[in-house]
Design a binder for this molecule. Sequence first.
Ligand SMILES: [Zn+2]
Ligand SMILES: [Zn+2]
Length: 399
Amino acid sequence: MSEARSAPEPVNNAPEPVNEAPARFSNEQAPRNWPTTMMFALTTLAAVVGVPWYGLAHGFHASSWVWFGVLLVANGMAITCGYHRLFAHSTYDAHPLLRLAYVLFGAMALQNSVLKWSADHRVHHRYIDDPDRDPYCAKRGFWFSHIGWMLRNYPSGNSDMSTVRDLQRDPVVAWQHRHYLAIALAMNIGLPLVIGWITGDIAGMLMLAGVLRLVLSHHFTFFINSLAHMWGGQPYTDENTARDNFVLAFFTHGEGYHNFHHMFAHDYRNGVRAWQWDPSKWFIRAMNGVGLARNLKRVPWFRIQRALLDAQFRRAERQRARHTGRAQIEQLRKRVAEEYDAFCKAVTTWTDLREQLAQAKRAVAERWEHSTIQMRLRELEYELRFQHRRMRLLQAQLD
Ligand SMILES: [Zn+2]
Ligand SMILES: [Zn+2]
């Protein structure tokens, strides 16, 4: 069973940046970032032209396809579970061995060091949708937020390293930052070479597990900055561009539930519902099960319900002219708020009773005392189910 504790209040741990607002952005004035542009151009060309040509001319071993899949998933998970949820948002603690795996396979995804990636990402959360400060602001268009922000040295892309002081103290992260280029090259070229040598398909392995894996891994992650801010629903908040999108979640190991994530960035889950496709949360939970991850942070369920209700109120208010009068909406809002308060109080009592029961068990108290508390708990749970159903009915009227 996963160990969990309530998350603290702040949404992220990025302190205020030191710099004042940079100059207004201009796509033309920013100088070209040639190394990054060339890297993207060459790897894309190799993936689009080189890989199909090689496949048609020579064919690929099945093992090269298998390793392509394995490394694609390993890169993706190192970015989502490691770079994003562990390092950038500190949503749990991880054993050094797990952190080492994250920095190795994260460097293989070629998205810069943990420090640089996390600095940019913390600023993205803090200044979301601000075209001058959000490094991959979706309001500057699909191309810019997807890849364009890396192709030129925009003022908004200057990483504020003062936001990652906590990570600089982590020896594994610091080691990766110091030797980033060597690690990235060893993982991208050295590893496929060695595996290809073992399986007897060196060139095929370099094509599939090297090039094609890298290019696909890049774009799956980049979709989170572009499409996940443009396409999908906004069940938790409409105060920013982030969206929840199942299709993106499927390709990005759960990161597509981006609306929830921007609302509750300190939760280790992105797909918060049990049925939502979020292999990253399952992996983190599994690591917790084997003792490599602990202190998994979760937003209390009631706060999530509150956010859902608030978002529904706002939607209902926008539609009130069409469907119902303002007075009715106000009345409905009051009833839901009352139900919600009663529900929260009942749950607090329930939590207290559970604690009392645990204490009574520890103190080896009288048997009757156990059963009295257990009976009250059962009654309360019965009542809670009814309260929840009433809230759902009221919510349905708001939609
Ligand atoms: Zn985002
Ligand atoms: Zn994030």
